[in-house]
Design a protein around this ligand. Structure first.
Ligand code: ANZ
Length: 834
């Protein structure tokens, strides 16, 4: 084991220095270019940092430091995504207020991040739970409300009584809540909804113009799930409302043999068939193989043939997609085919392969249908479809667009979130605070005036959600604002203009605060605005945005990652459409680091000592922050998934020691050329090559190869008898973004008083990078006796000196007199001796 040989106290020393000197306070100078380097801000959990966090944070810190040295103004902030369920669950278990837990966790995270030497401007630190931040999250909500993009809806949601809240689809596994494993039921509830579907078309179009990791782009695209199709109305036999279906294959209309509605569909609810299927989440339902369903006891009329088609209720139809109803064409759709097979429903084939049209028609007419083999789902030529559409190419009957994207349920029934800044009229004969009867008119939501923001959370001691879907805040009748805020509507129920009013008691979801923090960082102290136009102009777009990609396969990944990944995409689109930001494209480059696995090659999940989770604190205290940073960057390409191997830290520690020793040894009076004939030119060349490769690699975020090159260079320098200061200085500068404490220390040891944080990044001379050495055979009387490495165009004297210095050559010349020396540069060296 063992740490580094030099004193690790230098790390604390430099961290204190940076803080005392405000080294990384953000500057914005006239006429300089900027770089905005943003990390995904963490949720400050009780577990603290994980080695996966520093990987991404180190990569972005390297770039922030590198760009400062390249004379950019750099914004590199950090903050906390601090609302959310875990703090509240903890509060219920321990009685500790979420605010207390959150503060403690933030302090711990901050200590850990500081110990890693990240160059954040802590003066811009923010937390989504800060009252001054909540104010603007609420303000953004009100903008959406004004535009009609945030509204209330009575819609079936995933209600989890155990957690006392609604859950998103991605929070449910097999009908149980992901957290806690409580049953989840589909239940109609009054909800706040963000109408992001209004923006779906824009989002899809904007994706086409975006740069980003390919996987993410594909995921987001399929998450938006834009489908072109048609909506077709089927009249009900009973004379009720038409059943409208969404189809992407209107050309198969003649093949529709029945209609299926989702359990949430009004027709299904009428017949009371919504229970079993409705308790499954959409995810379970799309992936379910079994096709359960029942007849709805209703028939519809085929719009072209007038035929009667039965209506079924089945859970493979999703209530919230399209119209929540489909025309089933079992001959050409696999799900319909399976369902038809299971329930003995007819199959009618209406599409044939284009070149087999005639035969298929024959076959179809002779009653072939989708004979046994399953559905033919390809596009082809219509057959068996009557005179109207027979023979038409499949592609010709499309008209309407549907999106998989759903509007987002925005309300939570929990405590630890931003209160939704809305109030409603109340009818009462007495005082609702005293328990007198009242009724709230939810149909008339009113926005809290901007001057009255923020609406702070009321004090609460019992965080149990309870089974009131209005949420736990509904229990707090006396809702006084935090002391430091101006007095205003003080209660959940309050009187104004002689009337009673009640606040909304739902809170916002966790992502409400975390979807716009990149804007607030540009202007974190602004009390008048969420951000100023000048600040936005000065810093946006984000030039580099890091973040971990959670590794998870296929569909689950899609659903689980869709909303969080799309939110940063969505928020800008929304804010842009509201005219609040000038650009809809806030992120230039996304980097996704690969996951760091445990030493067992498994995802780190079980905490130490028995488990495989590596705690960064342990690594930092044993080896130091620089070792941790270098090791994580040296493990392999940033995007690669790689196992943690503590024993390999020794390699980077050796490198650190070597650099430190070089700085100790470097001789200010030695010249680059003082290195003796063998090394003449080699040191200078390697120095320029290292600067060149280091610069290119850092620009490309290829840190592992940059470190390799620096290792080669340091090995070479360590072998020099006389060590000039210049190459060691360059090395200190090059290594400093990666190992900032070592870089700063070496720089100081080399006699510099100024910190190197803003020292210009070293330049290289292309001409001096070119490898000019050749290997030449040295002959004595025509026989090869040695090989030397020498500059291609070396002068005769140099060649002779180098050749004669070789031991074997000396042996064969011993006792002889050199009569003639033959030298053809790059080709022949021959001593003629007697
Ligand atoms: C008839 C048909 C015939 C269909 C055929 C497909 C093939 P995407 O691409 O995903 O948009 N559908 C429509 N609404 C649905 C819902 N709420 N739940 C489940 N399925 C639904 O798929 C659109 C197709 O999925 C639609 O086109 C419909 O089935 C089905 F040979 O209509 B199709």
């Amino acid at each position: 084991k063992g740490g580094v040989a030099y004193d690790l106290a230098i790390e604390a020393k430099w961290q204190a220095h940076w803080e005392a000197h405000r080294t990384f306070a953000t500057r914005r100078r006239e006429g300089k270019q900027k770089k905005y380097v943003l990390d995904m801000f963490p949720y400050p959990s009780g577990a603290g940092l994980h080695v996966g966090h520093p990987e991404g944070y180190t990569a972005s810190d390297i770039m922030a430091r590198y760009w400062r040295m390249r004379d950019y103004d750099v914004l590199h902030p950090m903050g906390w995504d601090s609302f959310g369920l875990p703090a509240e669950q903890h509060a219920m278990n321990t009685g500790t207020h979420p605010e207390v837990t959150t503060k403690e966790n933030i302090a711990n995270f901050k200590r850990q991040l500081r110990s890693l030497g990240f160059s954040y401007d802590w003066e811009r630190e923010l937390a989504t739970t800060d009252v001054g931040y909540v104010k603007w999250t609420q303000w953004i909500f009100l903008k959406l409300f004004e535009q009609g993009l945030a509204f209330q809806d009575e819609k079936p949601v995933n209600w989890c009584a155990g957690l006392g809240t609604v859950l998103a689809n991605e929070e449910i596994i097999d009908g149980l809540s992901e957290r806690g494993g409580f049953p989840v039921e589909r239940k109609p509830l009054r909800q706040w909804v963000l109408q992001i579907t209004a923006l779906a078309d824009r989002l899809a179009a904007e994706l086409d113009g975006r740069a980003g990791p390919k996987g993410t782009m594909t995921m987001q695209r399929s998450w938006i799930g834009r489908s072109e199709g048609a909506e077709i109305a089927f009249a009900t036999e009973g004379g009720g409302e038409d059943v409208r279906v969404f189809t992407t294959r209107a050309d198969t209309l003649m093949g529709a043999t029945y209609v299926v509605v989702a359990p949430e569909h009004p027709l299904a609810r009428r017949v009371g068939e919504s229970d079993s299927a409705a308790s499954k989440s959409d995810l379970d339902r799309t992936s379910a193989k079994a096709k359960s369903g029942v007849p709805a006891g209703e028939s519809v009329v085929h719009p072209l043939t007038g035929e009667r088609l039965p209506v079924w209720v089945a859970d493979y139809v999703i209530g919230s997609y399209g119209t929540g109803a489909v025309m089933a064409v079992p001959a050409h759709d696999e799900r319909d085919f399976d369902f038809a097979a299971a329930h003995g429903l007819p199959v009618k084939r209406v599409v044939a392969e284009p070149d087999g049209a005639a035969e298929a028609l024959e076959e179809a007419l002779s009653g072939g249908g989708a004979s046994g083999g399953g559905a033919f789902t390809e596009h082809g030529v219509a057959v068996n479809s009557g005179p109207l559409v027979d023979g038409l190419a499949t592609a010709e009957a499309k008209a309407k667009v549907s999106y998989k994207l759903r509007d987002w349920v925005f309300s939570r029934q929990r405590y630890w979130g931003e209160p939704i800044p809305i109030y409603f009229p109340v009818t009462t004969d007495g005082d609702p605070r005293k328990g007198d009867a009242y009724s709230i008119d939810y149909s008339q939501p009113l926005p809290v005036a901007e001057e009255e923001l923020p609406v702070a959370l009321p004090e609460l001691e019992d965080f149990q959600p309870g089974d009131d879907p209005q949420g736990c805040l509904a229990r707090v009748l006396d809702w006084r604002d935090a002391a430091e805020m101006q007095p205003r509507c003080e209660m959940r129920f309050f009187q104004r203009d002689g009337k009673w009013w009640a606040r909304e008691t739902n809170t916002m979801p966790q992502w409400a605060g975390s979807c716009w923090y990149y804007l607030r960082f540009a202007d974190p102290a602004n009390t008048q605005q969420a951000w100023s136009a000048e600040a936005e102009k000065a810093w946006l777009p984000v030039d580099l945005r890091g973040g971990a990609r959670r590794a998870a396969p296929a569909l689950r990944a899609l659903l689980a990652q869709g909303p969080p990944l799309a939110r940063p995409l969505l928020t800008p689109a929304v804010l842009h459409s509201l005219g609040l930001v000038s650009t809809a494209e806030p992120f230039q480059k996304l980097v996704h680091q690969g996951m760091i696995l445990g030493a067992d090659g498994e995802k780190m999940s079980k905490p130490a000592p028995a488990g495989n989770v590596i705690n960064p604190d342990d690594i930092v205290s044993a080896y130091g922050a620089d070792a941790m940073r270098l090791y994580e960057m040296f493990m392999g390409p940033l995007e690669a998934v790689k196992p943690w191997q503590t024993e390999q830290i020794a390699g980077v520690v050796r490198f650190q020691n070597r650099v430190h020793a070089l700085a100790t040894r470097a001789d200010g009076s030695a010249e680059l050329g003082d290195a003796g004939p063998h090394e003449r030119g080699r040191t200078e060349r390697l120095m320029h090559q290292t600067i060149k490769k280091g610069t290119g690699d850092v620009d490309a975020l290829s840190f592992n190869t940059a470190i390799s090159q620096m290792m080669i260079f340091s090995n070479h320098l360590a072998g020099l008898k006389q060590l000039p200061a210049e190459p060691v200085e360059k090395l200190a500068l090059l290594v400093s973004p990666l190992a900032p404490h070592l870089g700063a220390e070496a720089w100081q040891m080399l006699g510099h008083e100024q910190s190197l944080a803003y020292e210009p990044w070293p330049e290289y001379d292309e001409a001096k990078c070119v490898e000019t050495d050749v290997v030449m055979a040295v002959q004595v009387n025509g026989k090869v006796r040695a090989e030397i490495k020498i500059a291609k165009d070396a002068a005769e004297a140099e060649a002779r000196e180098l050749a004669a210095a070789s031991e074997n050559v000396q042996k064969f010349l011993d006792g002889k007199e050199v009569k003639k020396f033959i030298y053809v540069p790059g080709r022949i060296i021959n001593f003629v001796a007697k």
